[in-house]
Ligand binder design. Structure first.
Ligand code: NAD
Ligand code: THR
Length: 656
């Protein structure tokens, strides 16, 4: 399916394609305004400079085009596609905003012109559900909101629009089942700013003087699994378990005279290299609707032809080679459709050391997000009955590579989350075991991630810094000379993970956590454990003797934020990560400050201190963690502060 749109000065008309088969969708917008607007050619995202020179409003003229893919897919014969006689001919569909599984909307109001595309996930067809129902309903909801309810147009508007449209679908009496990606753009009439929101692997490019000056970023959980909005039958009335509209990436871009904007679903991006798109768009002489429509059709046709050319090395085939190391030798058209039908919307995840403080709540959250069957929890300890009821548990000793390998292979694991480790205090008590588990175990995991191309998460810690590191604040990059075997093994994991990333392309991701505080799972023997024990003692005896001095400041985090940070970093598209190891933090406090916060709930609570060997460890660790990069690069944003943490701990423990 494909479509094309032009934007021209004072042309307040959006024209959607009428001759449509289904396959690709794209939209080309051509902007023509007074030449005094935005002299600068800057292509900075979010670089919005209102121009006093704007004297008139700009509008979009839209042309659309698309093809039908399903006939091809159904016509598959012994691995070869026979192109249907008329498959290249553009046909009308019943619904005017639908091309196959994809849909679009155009709308305008007094503020701007809007255009959106949504790519319905074809796998729903297997369940007797028309995939275009979800995508077209989403687009229709967007249109109706623009028509009737939108009162502002700013960088956040489109994310809100997507959010409201999705909410409308969830609230529909007649259940609309399905999933789709979404990409929406809106041209501000007065400011000549193009606001965009993109979730998944649809997208846009802005073309200026035969070069792409701005484009959307693809969002994928892993290769060929784009972010998508979904509604499953069991989600009705329940907590949402899919990607959220809020995860859409947004940009705002100053458009200039003669800029062209192409909005499309993956059929275009998978099959047309930039050079082909530029070649076609460059043919646009005058921005008339007819000219624009011709280019829309030409782009759609070339994408379709490339999709059926077994020799064509498409962008999709190149990405598959990069991500999976496989050559796609079947016709691209078939590949595109098949990937939809074979499409697993969620990654399959193996957690090692999963019965510990982090593993249990992480498995629970991932099962909520990706489904019970997608998560395999492993450890060497006997799991509780409750844990067994929650989903698959398998014994796996990370020191025995074959055991983990078997789990990876048998469960077709995509993400490997490696939590097994001996923590700081217990590590100092058994250095040989800490070396074995934390270093040899990590070697095994790295090797398996390399071999099976898994996305790999290994947590690091504030303990990866030492007395020579700056302590307040401690940045991502500084000297790291830890004095515990735990810290040394974690620096080792950070460096090896990054080496495997650069040397072998392992998609390694690592977060340096502060002390994690949780109520329902016990800590594993760290230096920060006092901040959990103190609550138990406050309830049991009303007092606590702390093994750290009262003024020992350490970074800390509530468990839910910790789990969310793992989900966020794992879901961030690889190309968005500017580094592979990030500090994350939420708060910093001392035992005395924690005691004060506890006294708000238990006024009689008393704390005393009798420092032991852990004091030395704590004194060598960061006091305050600088996690600016995580906040900037992938929107890390912890929710719980000290008061929130105390409130949650008591709420949970008192319920017990
Ligand atoms: N909890 C924190 O405050 C914190 C802070 C920073 C980093 N981290 C890191 O997060 C990860 C998980 O921490 P946690 O607090 O859940 O630890 P934990 O001690 O609670 O859990 C670790 C788990 O590893 C398992 N394990 C031990 N030997 C194993 C082996 N040979 N094979 C497989 N599993 C084995 C243990 O049985 C245990 O269930 C660790 O890597 C830790 O360094 C934790
Ligand atoms: C900080 C973290 O790594 C762990 N809680 C420890 O104290 O060892």
């Amino acid at each position: 399916m494909q479509s094309l749109a032009i934007c021209a000065r004072l042309v307040a008309r959006a024209v959607s394609g009428t001759e449509a088969e289904n396959f690709l969708y794209n939209s080309l917008l051509r902007l023509s305004t007074s030449s005094s607007i935005h002299h600068s050619q800057q292509s900075n995202r979010l670089a919005i400079t209102p121009s006093p020179a704007i004297t008139r409003s700009v509008h979009l003229l839209t042309a659309t085009s698309g093809y039908n893919g399903h006939e091809d897919e159904e016509d598959e014969d012994k691995g070869h596609l026979r192109k249907k006689k008329n498959s290249a001919k553009i046909q009308r569909t019943n619904r005017s905003n639908v091309y196959g599984d994809d849909a679009f909307f155009t709308a305008k109001n007094r503020l701007g012109d809007f255009l959106g595309v949504a790519d319905g996930v074809g796998g729903w067809r297997e369940h007797g559900i028309d995939p275009s129902l979800f995508s077209s309903s989403l687009m229709e909801a967007c249109k109706s909101l623009v028509d009737n309810k939108l009162i502002d147009l700013n960088p956040l508007t489109l994310k809100e629009l997507l959010s409201k449209a999705y909410k409308q679908l969830l609230e529909e009496k007649q259940c609309i089942i399905g999933s789709s990606t979404a990409c929406i753009v809106a041209l501000h009439h007065e400011k000549s700013i193009l606001h965009t929101a993109n979730l998944g692997d649809s997208g846009f490019v802005i073309i200026r003087q035969n070069a792409i000056v701005h484009r959307s970023q693809e969002q994928q959980h892993y290769f060929n699994s784009p972010f998508q909005l979904s509604i499953h039958p069991e989600m009705k009335g329940q907590r949402l378990i899919a990607d959220r509209p809020e995860q859409a990436s947004i940009t705002s871009f100053n458009v200039e005279e003669n800029d062209c904007i192409l909005v499309a679903t993956d059929g275009i991006w998978d099959n047309l290299p930039d050079s082909t798109i530029l070649e076609e768009v460059n043919k646009l002489a005058e921005p008339t609707l007819d000219n624009l429509q011709q280019i829309a059709h030409a782009l759609a046709k070339r994408a379709l032809d490339n999709g059926h050319d077994p020799k064509f090395n498409s962008p999709f085939a190149k990405n598959a080679k990069k991500a999976l190391g496989i050559n796609i030798i079947v016709r691209q058209g078939a590949t595109i459709y098949q990937r939809r039908f074979n499409h697993r919307s969620h990654p399959r995840v193996l957690i090692t050391g999963g019965c510990g403080q982090l593993g249990v709540p992480l498995a629970k959250r991932l099962r909520e997000l990706y489904g019970r069957e997608s998560i395999v929890l492993s450890d060497i300890v006997r799991p509780s009955d409750e844990l067994l009821e929650q989903g698959t548990y398998r014994y796996a000793d990370v020191l025995d590579i074959k055991q983990v390998q078997e789990l990876l292979v048998n469960n077709q694991i995509d993400w490997l989350i490696h939590l097994s480790a001996l923590l700081s205090a217990v590590g100092e008590r058994d250095v040989p075991l800490a070396m074995k588990l934390n270093i040899e175990g990590t070697h095994n995991i790295l090797e398996l991630a390399r071999k099976y191309k898994c996305r790999l998460f290994i947590p690091s810690t504030i303990g990866a810094f030492g007395p020579d590191s700056p302590r307040n604040p401690t940045p991502d990059f500084c000297i790291q000379r830890p004095r515990t075997i735990y810290g040394v093994s974690k620096v080792h994991a950070e460096l090896l993970g990054e080496y495997f990333h650069h040397r072998y392309g392992v998609d390694f991701r690592c977060l340096r956590f502060p002390g994690i505080i949780s109520a329902d799972t016990k800590p594993g023997g760290g230096t920060t454990d006092y901040a959990i024990e103190i609550f138990h003692e406050a309830l049991k005896t009303g007092s606590y003797k702390c093994y750290l001095r009262g003024d020992t400041r350490l970074p800390m985090m509530w468990i839910d934020d910790c789990i969310q940070s793992i989900v966020s970093i794992m879901e961030t598209p690889s190309n968005q990560l500017k580094q592979r190891t990030y500090n994350v933090s939420a708060m910093s406090f001392t035992p005395d400050e924690l005691a004060k916060a506890i006294q708000k709930y238990k006024p009689k609570f008393r704390i005393s201190s009798e420092p032991d060997e852990r004091q030395k460890i704590a004194d060598s660790w960061p006091e305050v963690f600088d996690d600016r990069n995580a906040r900037e690069h992938w929107n890390w944003n912890p929710k719980v502060d000290l008061d929130g943490l105390v409130q949650r701990m008591f709420a949970y423990l008192e319920k017990q």
